[in-house]
Design a protein around this ligand. Structure first.
Ligand code: FAD
Length: 660
């Protein structure tokens, strides 16, 4: 980030402007949205268990795990963790509410959050989505109350991102009408599995199904791994031990040594094996079947993205409150040292992150609504599902990367005080770090986003592996890819906004015009996507191996996906602010939206200049505008973080945030 004032002319005295008067209560209502009551219930529960934040530092690992388990069971009794399950089993029947509850839980101890995610999201979600009524009847009532603890055993030491290559095998034994589950191969043991090391009685195990000597691909089975707390015969479990964070969750490795489960243990929503050993599925293509199964588990991804964004809010509340109290060096007065947040650099470090947190919050709201609509049946077409999967993957990637970056910057912005565990950053940093990896590694997720974009979420989407996708794109031709991805349509819109043609980019549009900002984001996305399609096609036309072509172009693929999600995030923010009635809140959110949009362009100005969309004069003007927006946000920054509604008990940090 360049802040060379001589270059940019940013040394000019700050302009005067009418400051918005932010109504914090109204802001909280806006941010909490439809599920304000659910979010408040979780806030109340978090406050009741706030002591866990301190205790986590002194408890042994076993004590911490037990404490987290107890909190999760007690929270389940309030109904907070079961909101997404059907009402007939004791759930709340509202998927949107369950996402809101989970996101809010991220204000507190994150081992509690992750244990909730494992028990209700992963384990419960798999039973609900992959199982059928007999499974629901048997397992849902007790898992919703956390009387039965379970785990979601997909990843193996040998394979994480490439789940289709798992080594665990489930063979159908016709004679006994059972499946025999076996860890086949050295690294085929399950690994990192939350709840496995101590608390889970049941596991949803993902394994290659073999029927009559034929492999039918990865399927899920319910397997009992403990009986009355003891690991059952045929199962071996090892503790994963101390982790970088989340030590209140018991992660472990699992081996299966020919353990037998009844035929009905197969979660048979998408495929079944008849007693006589016939494999049946309505989805013929094995790839499609596999991705359809995985697609039903998308809620976990939406939740982790939202959790990351809310964890970033906690860090920002602490750092901004600290910056409003902490003074260093005399600057504008000889009587008093300057507040940290009156320094331009401090504003520059924190406010773009604050603005991006707002942007991601609203983008998350869009994806959570989409999830609710798709899974409640309001939106039922297959394309909507594929778009949801892509959007969930992209928002999760950007949201969790943002959390890692924002938490680190906030820690540094609090100086030495930020390093003390009492001020929360120890746990925030350590616990959120892995959000970028679990529920899908972010880089791998962006590949999924790119695949959707390049194939326009076509029905072939799920059939295609990476190489199939390369061939598909090459076969379509660049123009068709761009046409399908809506690129030409978007470019037409850009011409409407910037009638001056290419020169119009630099001379006609105001920097604070959202249409200009969106046009820049759209141009980048379209250009990158076109470039990827062209390069993939050229490689195939030159008879290169599709895998080699993909590898060569992969950074470009990821770049295009990222540009796409950045555009979606900005659109979500612009639409939200546009819809607000005129008033101070709208003014305040417009400032944040402009700051988010322009600091995003500024961060990538080299690319925009390389591609003729920014002159050096305009680029410097953007840098000046970013600094100016930061100055405008300075008087309201305390209100803007108060609007997040992070319970004061969750802030700990008495010295940093000014006590409770
Ligand atoms: C604390 C924790 C809890 C977890 N809980 C569970 C759980 O409860 N249940 C469960 O099933 N799993 C769980 N996991 C596993 C988690 O989902 C996996 O770690 C994750 O999917 C990544 O897989 P991997 O670790 O094998 O990494 P890999 O897939 O080996 O990836 C390693 C690196 O390689 C890169 N990479 C991979 N493939 C490609 C490619 N094609 N192109 C370019 N780069 C690539 C990735 O970006 C990544 O940076 C947990 C993990 C952790 C750490």
């Amino acid at each position: 980030m360049a802040t060379d004032t001589a270059e940019t002319g940013a040394e000019a005295s700050p302009p005067t402007y009418a400051q918005p008067d932010v109504d914090v209560a109204a802001l909280k209502v806006l941010l909490d949205g439809k599920y304000a009551a659910v979010r408040d219930l979780v806030r109340t529960n978090l406050a009741a268990y706030s002591s866990i934040l301190e205790e986590a530092e002194t408890m042994t690992r076993d004590e911490f795990r037990d404490r987290v388990k107890k909190v999760v069971v007690e929270m389940a009794a309030t109904g907070q963790t079961g909101m997404g399950f059907p009402e007939e089993y004791g759930g709340g029947g509202d998927i949107g509410a369950s996402v809101a509850a989970f996101e809010t839980l991220a204000f507190g101890d994150l081992s509690v959050l992750v244990k909730v995610g494992v028990q209700f999201g992963l384990f419960g979600g798999a039973i609900l989505q992959l199982g059928t009524k007999p499974h629901h009847d048997e397992y849902l009532p007790d898992l919703i109350t956390a009387q039965t603890m379970g785990c979601f055993a997909m990843t193996e030491t040998g394979h994480g991102s490439n789940v289709q290559a798992l080594g665990t095998v489930a063979t159908y034994d016709l004679a006994t009408q059972e499946f025999v589950i076996e860890t086949r191969g050295e690294e085929a043991n399950k690994d990192y599995i939350g709840n496995a090391a101590q608390h889970a009685e049941l596991a949803v195990v993902f394994a290659q199904l073999e029927v009559g000597g034929k492999s039918e691909g990865v399927h899920a089975f319910v397997v009992r791994i403990r009986e009355n707390g003891e690991v059952v015969a045929g199962v071996r479990i090892e503790d994963d031990g101390q982790k970088m964070g989340l030590n209140g969750v018991d992660n472990g490795k699992i081996w299966f040594d020919g353990i037998r489960v009844p035929r009905t243990a197969l979660l048979n929503q998408f495929a079944d094996v008849t007693p006589s050993g016939v494999y049946e599925s309505d989805i013929e293509n094995p790839n499609k079947r596999f991705f359809t199964m995985l697609g039903t588990l998308v809620q976990g991804r939406v939740c982790v993205g939202g959790g990351g964004i809310n964890a970033a809010k906690v860090a920002l509340v602490i750092a901004i409150k600290y910056g409003l109290r902490r003074r260093q060096f005399e600057a504008t007065s000889e009587d008093q040292e300057e507040l940290l947040l009156d320094y331009g650099m401090h504003q520059r470090r924190l406010f773009p992150l604050l603005a991006r947190t707002y942007a991601l919050h609203f983008a998350q709201e869009v994806v959570a609504t989409q999830l609710h609509d798709v899974f409640s049946g309001t939106l039922s077409d297959a394309k909507a599902r594929r778009e949801l999967e892509s959007r969930a993957a992209g928002t999760k990637a950007l949201g969790t990367w943002h959390a890692t970056r924002a938490i680190q910057e906030c820690r540094e912005a609090c100086g030495g005080a930020g390093y003390l565990s009492v001020n929360r950053f120890t746990a925030l940093k350590a616990d959120t770090d892995v959000f970028t990896t679990f529920e899908g590694d972010n880089t791998v997720l962006l590949q999924l986003v790119a695949k959707g974009l390049l194939t326009d979420y076509a029905s072939e989407f799920e059939d295609l592996d990476q190489f199939g996708m390369v061939r598909y794109v090459a076969g379509l031709g660049v123009e068709t890819v761009l046409e399908k991805a809506g690129v030409h349509k978007l470019l037409e819109r850009i011409k409407d906004v910037l009638p001056g043609g290419d020169e119009g980019w630099d001379q006609e549009a105001g920097l604070l015009d959202p249409e200009y900002q969106l046009a820049m984001y759209r141009f980048r996305e379209d250009h990158m996507l076109g470039g990827v399609a062209r390069r993939l096609k050229r490689g195939i036309d030159n008879d290169m191996n599709p895998g080699a072509v993909f590898s060569l172009v992969q950074d470009h693929v990821i770049g295009a996906a990222r540009a796409h999600v950045e555009r979606l995030v900005l659109e979500a923010f612009v639409e939200k602010t546009r819809a607000l009635p005129n008033g101070d809140l709208k003014v305040a959110l417009n400032l944040l939206c402009d700051l988010h949009a322009l600091s995003g362009i500024e961060a990538d100005r080299a690319w925009f200049m390389e591609h003729g969309r920014l002159t050096s004069t305009r680029s410097k003007a953007i840098t000046r505008e970013v600094a100016d927006l930061c100055r405008k946000i300075r008087p309201i920054c305390g209100d803007l973080v108060d609007g997040f509604g992070v319970p004061v008990e969750m802030l700990r940090s008495p010295a940093l945030v000014g006590g409770r």
